[in-house]
Write a protein of this length. Structure first.
Length: 381
């Protein structure tokens, strides 16, 4: 009997399954207490209001534009660079104009800007054009040709833009290099040229582009752009004017997921689509509670410090630390709170096991041990 009692106590401590010991989730400065520096916060209306305020603070940070990306498209002018091809026409002087034709490429019917930034033109000789606008080149040619002919009428245009490019990579339909022309190219323009975001199926999951974390690399520095703000909210603040050498990368959505574990019908990982997933969405995607074993009064959302710090860095005093949210879902009206609680990438949703089920599993583990003890005693008689 004493042995059986000891087994019961040991089995209670080693009951199968996962559980959260809330007594260890309070910050303590004394290491001997062995308590974890993790905040445990109930999901209530007041807590949701605090989270919304933190998100508003984040949106105010979103309004900040890095100085390196600030440029006005209204003052945009294309500047000719080496490898561009110029088409120069002098009216009433066809001998100075290279003929065009259906069998001649833009390079063959124009003047290529050499690597030293110059072109050769009759009467004028070599003229430096690199870094100059079309208007500047036209004015300089007109001035030089006026020495050889009265009031020359000169027209200059770029027949082939070959010097400056923006590179679009990642989850787009047509990744590649796209030439910058006399029309200013913004982030949305580059994505449209690349055919927009790509959707494909990988391992029975729809792999979408993560438009919330588009990366723009300029001069070795990387900047994040939330394309959901651009596309869904019409927020053009971060529709930056692109420059030569910019790299626009659209990552996939495979890491933008949440995990649902515990007493649900279909535990697993679920992709966040279109930048939003509520706690209610995640529970519904997992098939809902397993009502035969779930403790609906203890639903946890486990959030690592990195994600919490990234999205709510001004929130209270737990910014940068792991945090666990708890929802008492025993009442159906708690699903209102669940629907308003927005999950973040890499969140873990855990539904605890009901106490009576945990005891049943303990007894199930002990049954084989008890049978072995009975057999052993029978053999020793």
């Amino acid at each position: 009997m004493l042995l059986l009692t000891m087994l019961l106590f040991n089995a209670c401590a080693m009951a199968p399954g996962m559980r959260i010991d809330e007594s260890r989730l309070h910050a303590s400065a004394e290491p001997e207490t062995q308590k974890l520096d993790i905040k445990l916060l109930p999901i209530t209306g007041a807590a949701l209001q605090q989270i919304r305020q933190a998100q508003q603070a984040q949106e105010s940070d979103h309004a900040f534009q890095p100085r390196a990306l600030q440029a006005e498209s209204g003052a945009y002018q294309y500047h000719v660079m080496p490898r561009d091809v110029l088409q120069i026409t002098v009216w009433d002087h066809p001998e100075l104009t290279l003929p065009e034709g259906q069998f001649r490429s833009a390079a063959e019917s124009g003047s290529i800007v050499h690597s030293d930034g110059s072109i050769f033109y009759p009467y004028v000789g070599n003229i430096a054009v690199s870094g100059k606008s079309i208007e500047q080149i036209r004015g300089e040619l007109t001035h030089k040709l006026s020495k050889f002919m009265p009031k020359p009428q000169v027209d200059v245009r770029v027949s082939s833009y070959r010097s400056q490019h923006v590179y679009v990579t990642g989850e787009v339909t047509k990744p590649g290099a796209y030439a910058i022309s006399d029309m200013p190219m913004h982030v949305l323009d580059a994505l449209n040229f690349a055919g927009g975001a790509r959707t494909r199926t990988l391992s029975n999951q729809i792999n979408e582009a993560d438009l919330e974390r588009v990366q723009l690399t300029r001069s070795g520095k990387r900047y994040n752009i939330d394309m959901h703000k651009l596309l869904s909210d019409g927020d053009l603040l971060h529709n930056y004017l692109l420059q030569d050498g910019d790299l626009l990368h659209v990552p996939d959505n495979m890491n933008n997921k949440v995990f649902v574990l515990g007493e649900v019908k279909a535990a697993g990982s679920f992709l966040i689509h279109n930048g939003f997933m509520s706690l209610a969405d995640a529970l519904a995607n997992s098939g809902g509670f397993d009502m035969s074993s779930a403790n609906t009064g203890r639903i946890y959302v486990i959030r690592s410090g990195l994600q919490f710090h990234h999205h709510t860095r001004n929130a209270a005093d737990h910014a940068g630390k792991p945090v666990i949210y708890r929802l008492n879902g025993s009442s159906p009206d708690a699903l209102i709170l669940a629907d308003q609680f927005q999950l973040q990438a890499r969140d873990v949703v855990f539904v605890s096991t009901a106490d009576v089920v945990a005891w049943g599993r303990v007894l199930g583990q002990l049954s084989s041990t008890i049978q072995a003890i009975g057999i052993g005693r029978a053999l020793t008689r």
